[in-house]
Design a protein around this ligand. Sequence first.
Ligand SMILES: Cc1ncc(COP(=O)(O)O)c(C=O)c1O
Ligand SMILES: N[C@H](C=O)CCC(=O)O
Length: 426
Amino acid sequence: MGRSEELYEQAVKVLPGGVNSPVRAYRAVGMAPRFITKADGPFLWDEDGKQYIDYVCSWGPMILGHNHPVIREAVERAVKDGLSFGAPTRREVEIAQLMVDLVPNIEMVRMVNSGTEAVMSAVRLARGATGRNKIIKFEGCYHGHSDCLLVNAGSSALAGGHPSSAGVPEDIVKHTLTAQFNDLSSVEALLEAWPGQVACVIVEPVAANMGVVNPAPGFLEGLCRLCDKSGALLIFDEVITGFRLALGGAQEYFGVKADLVTFGKIIGGGMPVGAYCGSKALMEQVAPCGPVYQAGTLSGNPVAMAAGLAQLTYLRDHPEVYADIAAKAQWLAEGMRSAAAEAGVPVAVNQIGSLLSPFFTPTEVSAFVDAKGSDVGRYAKYFQGMLHHGIALAPAQFEAMFVSAAHTQAELEATLAAVKAVFPQL
Ligand SMILES: Cc1ncc(COP(=O)(O)O)c(C=O)c1O
Ligand SMILES: N[C@H](C=O)CCC(=O)O
């Protein structure tokens, strides 16, 4: 038994499932999780000292790779001045200004501590601003674990078999309506069924919690049009796509305007952060300016702000990162498709920017129903094989693979060599 297995045995006694977030338990891939001791660049090391090339990247924020010196040094400097003040600080203003400068259509930012909080608060704001209760989300999209969004959710809720969580009162979820990603008619039907009652439509502009599913041409534009027509607000949940697809996130990448935008881990460079953003008119409905209450003792934490500011400033000053990480992901996706064809394994590889995922299915994957058709048993075998070759992937089918600026051609080639070794064994 390795050190990770030993730790896992202890962990399950004191932590539910041995973890603090379900996906980490590796249940979807049928093995004990690796316990990680450190990370640097594109690599992770586990408790047994084994090195892995990492494509989880802390679920997205490590766009520049792990332990980037610019971010680490910013954190080290901030820590010297104290960990939390419960009072406003200069860096909160600086990072908000930077976000307003870089992200289209936002004039104000409210910092929170996680993606879950960001989305929960944005939905509250949408309800407060419109005076409506209903919200529309998409099956297989994940927006964190607040009650009203744990309905037909993706990510580990889906992989673990609880896409609509227990413990959420029917009275709350009766206001959550579910549409189908890439199917505008399903949204239109709900808006028609509940005229004047829908506060917002919330979407991951690229669905990345059912595996990666790209928006069909016209889908996001259509959502914008339907929202304008019905008076519902359009919320882009950019917890994964923000500052990853492009500096201005999905709004910039697709040229579509959202009313509210949510961000998460990426704007903290690996520290716990989230934010919701929008026009001045909307954001000034939030306390202390307006009647929509939302607060947080640790919100805008000075160390987290230092990390986020360092990461976003670096990205602003090095916009070439985006073409680089997208080219790497494309190279991997093409290599995986060829390897699958050679091995005779049906695999659909979706890729956009630096996000990608393989689905073990002979069909194209452009909707939730296609993603769900992937052979998850095959994914588990693929995951195990890749891990054996030193490649750490998301331990569940319904997640994304993240490429960072720190992955070099050597790591990409090692990854593809592992894919070529593993696919024929599936
Ligand atoms: C699109 C999206 N929204 C919201 C969340 C929730 O963020 P957090 O886990 O930081 O609460 C996540 C990821 O977990 C996500 O991928
Ligand atoms: N899919 C989730 C985030 O994007 C996975 C992270 C988690 O739930 O721990």
